[in-house]
Design a protein. Sequence first.
Length: 205
Amino acid sequence: MTVKGVKSLRPAEIATIPDRIEAGTYLIAVGTAGGEATLRQCNPSHLPSLLEKLRTAGLIIKESGDSIYVSRPAKVQSIDIKTQPYPGFPTDLQAQLMVLMTLATGLSVITETIFENRFMHVAELKRMGAEIKINGNSAIVKGIDQLKGARVMATDLRASASLVVAGLAAHGITEISRIYHLERGYEDMAGKLQALGARVRKEKE
């Protein structure tokens, strides 16, 4: 991209695109916790790889204009993913999808090719009962029947989102500390999840 400066700028109206990672996080959350939801004001064409993977895992996905319907009719099936630049699977949804795979049938291999040291959420998920082994830049996830609530700590933005997703599906109470990471990328996540019927709240500091 080459930018050539000008003496002054003129007024303009610009529509910013929807946040595909936020949309993807809520799709995965519904798939993990169960139930159904319709996400509005999103762009399905921005999430081709995720939607394909969710369908392969057994979720029902219906796209319509600027909305996506998601439901989980039965047990989720394990799938393998490898993070790649757009339009491949987003690295910023790797942690969230890993949570979905902790409750899937069978083994899943999740390979991270974009960033180093992006499995810090694994230790926290294991506190919740997840069975995950790290092998280089891959995580091998063995699906289990139930996660359990625990006190966990957010280590970065997407890891914190994955812990919220895990907490929604876990038996018991999950308490997540250092949510300032979460609030860098999600506006009123607790409120949006409450609208879906989730029992979640932000504690006052």
